[in-house]
Ligand binder design. Structure first.
Ligand SMILES: Cc1ncc(COP(=O)(O)O)c(C=O)c1O
Length: 386
């Protein structure tokens, strides 16, 4: 039988999926593995897609997306960050944030190029970097409260470094960056001829303070590439709409990858996205009220159980340490699922620097969260008695 690309040997099914798939074996399981809002897409957004299907041409759009949507994205950056991104040439509509990440990485990586990825982090970057012939260099943030400090970044930059890829608010830790922290990072970014890619898909899910987008730093616009999307902000994971904003020079190459990959994003979804980014900009804040309530609840329950945990300030994940009981997070998560039927994601799924932790998603109902906390407590009591 002909064989696949040799690099495929190293591409694994992500830990999140491995556990989510096993949940089916336990019909009464509580599932805190998946990273998508439990809310429904706002009605006006759905209606906009329905109306578009009935009244607009369902043909390919411009490769970079419908002009009206690109204008809405450009406006969003102007009003939220004071940033200037020309809808013609500096905004690209993609098939979810994922396709944006893929297009960006494939457009910039030459074989052997290193991409610095502060970790623990989202597991979607490494496979694309590796398939593009690049090398993923995880930068350990476990000793700096999961913050990528300027020292950490700078000490890992070499002549092989092509880009730094930073995700914030961070999946899986829920960490956000203050203005002072971003200012200090940008001072380092200014010094080097490398790209800075930020995955800001949880930007609207900032639960405390403001989200400090990389787009707020016009002085590094030439090297800044911001990936974002509507999956999390507007509970639109199934619509598959993301976008990239960047300087027009690199955007030309990102667009070339995108157009050969997908031609353009789905047209009904693009119309839905226009609605989300014009009349529905208040929606994420409303959802955040629920996330804050759940975050406070689960944080208290975990600390009451005696687990070491930081209070997340963004996204909808919490990342307690389970080191007290078990170093191997896959073993802990497997035992937890099999004994009390609670599904969580092992920290090692987010690189080796996530080891000794588990990720719980609080994008679920309070009832589920309460039941999950009860089950975890029950399991921990069993461990305490051992
Ligand atoms: C950090 C991060 N980036 C990107 C994505 C993918 O987003 P999308 O569904 O828009 O492709 C996810 C999904 O969980 C994520 O956590």
């Amino acid at each position: 039988m002909p064989k696949a690309n040799k690099k495929m040997k190293n591409i694994e099914v992500p830990g999140t999926r491995q556990f989510a798939n096993r949940v089916e074996e336990f019909p009464d399981a509580v599932d805190l593995t998946l990273g998508q809002p439990d809310f429904d897409t706002p009605e006006p957004v759905k209606q906009a897609a329905i109306d578009a299907i009935n009244t607009k041409p369902m043909k390919y759009s411009h490769n970079t997306g419908l002009l009206e949507l690109r204008k809405a994205i450009s406006e969003y950056y102007k009003s939220s960050c004071g940033a200037d991104y020309d809808p013609n040439g500096e905004v690209l509509v993609t098939v979810g944030g994922s396709e944006g990440i893929d297009g960006v990485l494939r457009a910039i990586i030459d074989p052997g190029d290193e991409v610095l990825v502060p970790a623990p982090t989202y597991l979607g970057y490494e496979p694309i970097i590796e398939l593009s012939g690049g090398v993923t260099k995880f930068v350990d943030m476990s000793e700096t409260d999961y913050i990528a400090t300027p020292e950490l970044i700078e000490s890992n930059i070499t002549e092989k470094t092509k880009a730094v890829l930073l995700n914030y608010p961070t999946n899986p830790t829920g960490v956000t960056y203050t203005k002072e922290q971003m200012d200090a990072l940008v001072e380092v970014f200014k010094k080097y001829d490398i790209f800075i890619i930020t995955d800001e898909i949880y930007g609207e899910n900032t639960l405390e303070g403001d989200h400090i987008s990389l787009a707020k730093y016009p002085e590094i616009k030439e090297k800044a590439i911001v990936v974002n999307g509507l999956s999390k902000s507007h509970a639109m994971t199934g619509w598959r709409i993301g976008y990239v904003v960047a300087h027009r020079v690199i955007m030309e190459d990102i667009t070339a990858v995108h157009l050969y990959n997908t031609i353009c994003a789905s047209i009904p979804s693009q119309y839905a996205a226009i609605e989300a980014l014009t009349t529905q900009l208040h929606v994420p804040k409303e959802m955040n009220q629920a996330y804050i309530q759940r975050r406070d609840y689960i944080y208290k329950r975990l600390t009451d159980m005696g687990l070491e945990v930081s209070k997340p300030t963004g996204a909808f994940y919490i990342f307690p340490s389970i080191r007290k009981y078990e170093e191997d997070s896959f073993k802990f998560a497997t035992d937890l699922l099999e004994s009390v039927h609670l599904a969580v994601v092992p920290g090692r799924s987010f690189s080796e620097y996530g080891e000794g932790h588990i990720r719980l998603s609080f994008a679920c109902s309070m009832e589920e969260l309460t039941e999950a906390a009860d089950r975890l407590e029950k399991y921990i009591k069993i461990l305490d008695m051992k």
